[in-house]
Each structure stands twice: as structure tokens, then as C-alpha cells.
Design a protein around this ligand. Structure first.
Ligand SMILES: CC(C)(COP(=O)(O)OP(=O)(O)OC[C@H]1O[C@@H](n2cnc3c(N)ncnc32)[C@H](O)[C@@H]1OP(=O)(O)O)[C@@H](O)C(=O)NCCC(=O)NCCS
Length: 172
């Protein structure tokens, strides 16, 4: 599988970022099960993963072929998973950063910020002008990473059965 980027971890090991293919879905769901706090993170479902592997991009960070983190990006297409309408833009202008999960052992390597950078590069390559995302008010780690990556928190909206902050970054 093609390596998109190599990342030096604090441990001295090197992680590889690849694009997910359908055969990895079970392992990503398993990673999600042991990594998320349901109070601050709305689960990425198996159906959403399958949809995005087929129609969008799912980046996976692997260490010795084991997934340690992943990020789901919904392309600038007409999808109910796109945040374009919420942001008041045309769907062709928005790449949606649908979610990121880093396993507990891999945290502290700045992987969310690397995925945000990859999202920005992808948005530009697809001709989108914005990257959009939502984040729980309680998720201080994620909010800090969005802010450090140049995202603006716009407002709080009811979404995914709770209330979340809507954020965007203009990339061009
Ligand atoms: C949010 C998340 C992706 C950040 O992971 P990350 O990119 O590895 O985080 P960072 O590299 O910015 O970590 C910075 C510091 O915060 C710590 N940290 C990060 N997330 C943490 C968490 N959920 N709980 C406790 N500490 C955490 C790191 O260990 C590191 O501390 P250190 O420098 O003292 O070692 C990760 O916490 C996660 O996967 N959470 C569950 C899913 C989620 O909430 N996703 C975001 C949805 S918008």
C-alpha cells in the first residue's frame, strides 16, 4: 500500500500514513472501541467508514502494519455527511473533517495536527476552499489542535444527537 507520509514518533519508531482500503475496517472499529470517550465523541460507524473508503479518503497511521490512528474526510461532494450546508457554503467548496481517533498509546505525537494538515492538502487538491469540522465543547485536546491548526470556532449547533462547536478553516 502506498505510504502517504512517514511520521517520527516520540518513541523513536516511524509510523506510516496510508489510505485505508475496505479490508481494514474491522481493525479501525476495534481501535475506535478502545479509544473513544462516548461523552465527547460521536462514533464513526462501520457504514460511514465503508462509505468514505469507497467515496472519500480515510487516512490511517500504522506502526508495524497495526493501525494506531485514523482520520475520516468526506470529500467536497453532495453528501448528508458534508458540513457545507451548516457552514453556509456550496458542497463543492467544503472538505469535511468527519473525525479523528488516536489510540491511547499513540497520543502526544501530534497526530491530529498531522491529519489536519493532510486534510488541508487534500482540500486544495480537490479544489475546495474550506475544511469544516465539529468538536465537543468538552474535548479540550481536540479543540486545542483545531485552534493551533488555524480553525475558527463559529457557533454551537445541534448535531449527531447532541450539541457541538462548528469550526472551519479557509484554505484558499
Ligand atoms: C483528540 C485526539 C485525537 C488527540 O490526540 P493527539 O493528536 O495524539 O493529541 P496531541 O498530540 O495533541 O496530545 C497533546 C497532549 O495531550 C495528551 N492527550 C491527547 N489526547 C488526550 C486524551 N484524550 N486524554 C488525555 N490526554 C490526552 C497527550 O498525551 C499529550 O500529552 P503530553 O504531551 O503530556 O504527552 C485524541 O485524544 C483522541 O483520539 N480522542 C478520542 C477521539 C476524539 O475525541 N477525537 C476528536 C474528535 S473532533
Amino acid at each position: 500500500m502506498e505510504t502517504v507520509r512517514e511520521i517520527a514518533l516520540r518513541s523513536g519508531e516511524t509510523a506510516k500514513i496510508i489510505k485505508a482500503s475496505p479490508d481494514i475496517i474491522d481493525r479501525l472499529i476495534e481501535l475506535e472501541d478502545r479509544s473513544i470517550n462516548p461523552a465527547t465523541f460521536m462514533r464513526i460507524t462501520e457504514e460511514e467508514l465503508a462509505d468514505s473508503i469507497e467515496n472519500d479518503t480515510v487516512f490511517v497511521a500504522t506502526l508495524a502494519d497495526n493501525p494506531i490512528a485514523f482520520s475520516v474526510l468526506v470529500h467536497n461532494r453532495d453528501s448528508e455527511r458534508s458540513l457545507a450546508q451548516r457552514l453556509g457554503h456550496n458542497h463543492r467548496d467544503v472538505l469535511t473533517f468527519d473525525g479523528v481517533i488516536v489510540s491511547k498509546e499513540a497520543r502526544g505525537n501530534g497526530l491530529q495536527r498531522i491529519f489536519l494538515l493532510l486534510a488541508e492538502e487534500l482540500a486544495l487538491s480537490l479544489g475546495a476552499s474550506y475544511v469544516g469540522a465539529t468538536v465537543s465543547r468538552l474535548n479540550e485536546y481536540s479543540r486545542r489542535n483545531f485552534a493551533a491548526s488555524g480553525f475558527t470556532e463559529l457557533c454551537e449547533i445541534p448535531i449527531y444527537g447532541s450539541s457541538r462547536i462548528l469550526a472551519e478553516k479557509r484554505v484558499k
